[in-house]
Design a binder for this molecule. Structure first.
Ligand code: IMP
Ligand code: MG
Length: 179
């Protein structure tokens, strides 16, 4: 069978080595920040954060529970929507607990703005955000992240869990899509 050629190229933006190094720095900060926490609930937004969260939690030295949420996303397009729906909710009751929300990318900020509102209503003891990638120039909300892996330009990126039309999540590096 002939291999299907993709109608775009992927150019490396952040290497596997750079990601690993930055991840250790983030985990160090998070370990210090939560040093006196009896249990941290790490909440991953699926699917984009699954590799990031898997690597991050293995560097945490504090008691951790992990849960996931799925919210509606881009579908197969490259444009964000500011009407976010919960598709799969947490199993954990986060009331009075310390919650760290882990996201792959903050772009306009609409997704996190709405997820944060929903989670705050459940009265956690604390709620912070850790994102892998940050597109500051695209922001349309006041959302910001306590921890952020890399600031990136306004490019569509894939790899390390992040997809374009469900493809390329398995790439070990982060690359930009060139059409
Ligand atoms: P926001 O609501 O505009 O902040 O969009 C955030 C969500 O859009 C992230 O969770 C990603 O899933 C997705 N997203 C934003 N930029 C990209 C990108 O460059 N590649 C793939 N997904 C992206
Ligand atoms: Mg996402």
């Amino acid at each position: 069978m002939k291999k299907k050629i993709k109608p775009y190229e992927i150019e490396s933006l952040i290497s596997e080595k750079e990601i690993k190094k930055r991840l250790s720095e983030l985990a160090n900060d998070i370990n210090h920040f939560y040093a006196n926490t009896s249990k941290l609930i790490v909440v991953g937004l699926l699917r984009g954060s699954f590799i990031f969260i898997a690597d991050l939690v293995r560097e945490l030295k504090i008691p951790v529970e992990i849960d996931f949420m799925t919210v509606s996303s881009y579908g197969n397009s490259m444009e964000s929507s500011n009407n976010v729906k919960i598709l799969t909710d947490l199993n954990t009751d986060i009331k009075n607990l310390d919650v760290l929300l882990v996201e792959d990318i903050i772009d306009t900020g609409h997704t996190l703005d709405q997820v944060i509102k929903i989670l705050k209503n459940r009265k956690p003891n604390s709620l912070e955000i850790c994102c892998l990638l940050n597109k500051y120039s695209r922001r349309e909300t006041n959302i910001n992240s306590k921890w952020s892996g890399f600031d990136i330009p306004d490019e569509f990126v894939v790899g390390y869990g992040i997809d374009f039309a469900q493809d390329n999540r398995h790439l070990p590096f982060i690359g930009k899509v060139k059409q």
